[in-house]
Design a protein. Structure first.
Ligand SMILES: *Cc1c(COP(=O)(O)O)cnc(C)c1O
Length: 384
């Protein structure tokens, strides 16, 4: 049986990898080389001529991630932002993009403060509102870009419904699957054209690598993206690719535990009087719980909750936590917590923050895979 036809857990460990033909090494080596000897001028071993274009460690990771997303092709980048930039390079001046309104701050910055200068028009739209989504398309619309669940409000957007809208209009759909992970949601199978990841988060899972990836099924689209990957050159080094390959071997186990722990923490917060609102896609109270159940096979490790006091109460709570660390980023084995209003979303203008529901008392949990009783105990002592 080829690893590519196997079930998820088997593919996580084996897809794109084989024992090293030279030595039998079980782990894909870190091919720390810039260039490759050619048997004859212009003839390469496989496609290896220069490491910006191709590198064996990166190639194994690209094949592995393509397999985990149910895609045919993977491309890896030096960061999630570099992966997004590769997609935006497919556009030209005059093109229009429909962007979901509650996106990662860096995504917002790339679209609105880098590509605006290149004549790309952006509409920020709440894509949980399908009438608003339909009304946002223009004749010039070339791309819809969405995240689901979103950051930090964890809105869940119906990928199949958006794919349907895009298909009829010849618009490309790109889905940032960073929060959901390939374990819980595969946008390509729901009709998306491109899946984007910040592999810094759950794919890496240990808060020790910055990386990004794009996964596709269409060979022509892959070639256009690969051309930009090579031309711009925002590629990851072999060592980072090795670390990410090591990470994907446990992603299914890690994500399962993230989900279990987050569900228990969310229920605990929901029952606690100090939290006036708890947002987690796995709770029946979540506005798009039904969509989440339909398109995800678990609800992830991220929780957003609103505290009854304001900024000072939230700050005091965060400072008293001992197991949770106050930090940006997410998706690592260790539990993190942050205040979107002062940290990740401080650069979002206050009126936009208010419109999205990012209040001063809001806290965002990245629930790790520690013992859940210790996590709940930590929350209790910090509130006490
Ligand atoms: C972190 C993040 C990014 C950006 O990725 P980097 O690896 O930090 O460049 C993009 N999208 C989402 C949802 C993220 O969480």
């Amino acid at each position: 049986m080829s690893a590519d036809n196997a079930r998820f857990a088997t593919r996580a460990i084996h897809a794109g990898q084989r024992p090293d033909p030279a030595t039998g090494a079980i782990m894909t080596p870190i091919y720390q080389t810039a260039t490759y000897a050619q048997p004859s001028p212009g003839k390469f071993v496989e496609d290896f001529d220069y490491s910006r274009s191709s590198n064996p460690t990166r190639k194994a990771l690209e094949a592995n991630l393509a397999s985990l997303e149910g895609g045919a092709f993977g491309l890896c980048f030096g960061s999630g932002c570099a992966a997004m930039d590769c997609v935006l390079h497919q556009l030209k001046p005059g093109d229009h993009v429909v962007l979901c309104d509650d996106v990662y701050g860096g995504t917002n910055r790339l679209f609105n403060r880098v590509y605006d200068k290149h004549g790309i028009a952006i509409s920020l739209v709440d894509l949980t509102d399908h009438d608003a989504a339909r009304a946002a398309f223009r004749r010039e619309t070339k791309l819809m870009w969405l995240e689901t669940p979103t950051n930090p409000m964890l809105k869940v957007i119906d990928i199949a419904a958006m794919a349907e809208m895009c298909r009829g209009r010849g618009v490309m759909l790109a889905v940032d699957n960073t929060f959901a992970t390939p374990v819980l949601q595969n946008p390509l199978s729901l009709g998306a054209d491109i899946v984007c990841h910040s592999s810094t988060k759950y794919i890496g899972g240990h808060s020790d690598v910055v990386g990004g990836a794009l996964i596709t099924r269409d060979a022509g689209l892959h070639e256009r993206l690969k051309f930009v990957q090579n031309s711009v050159g925002a590629v990851p080094g072999p060592m980072d690719c090795f670390l990410l390959l090591r990470s994907t071997k446990t992603i299914h186990v890690r994500v399962q535990r993230h989900c279990e722990n987050a569900m228990k923490v969310a229920r605990h917060l929901e029952a606690h009087k100090r939290f006036t609102r708890v947002v987690y896609p796995g709770l029946e109270s979540h506005p798009q719980h039904a969509v989440a159940k339909k398109q995800m096979c678990g609800f992830g490790g991220m929780i957003t909750a609103e505290m009854d006091g304001g900024l000072e109460d939230a700050r005091r709570f965060l400072e008293r936590l001992r197991v949770f660390s106050i930090a940006e980023s997410l998706g690592g084995v260790e539990s993190l917590i942050e205040s979107p209003a002062i940290m990740t979303h401080a650069s979002v203008p206050p009126e936009q923050r208010a419109r999205l529901g990012i209040t001063d008392g809001l806290v965002r949990f990245s629930v790790g895979i520690e013992d859940v009783d210790d996590l709940i105990g930590d929350i209790e002592q910090a509130l006490g």
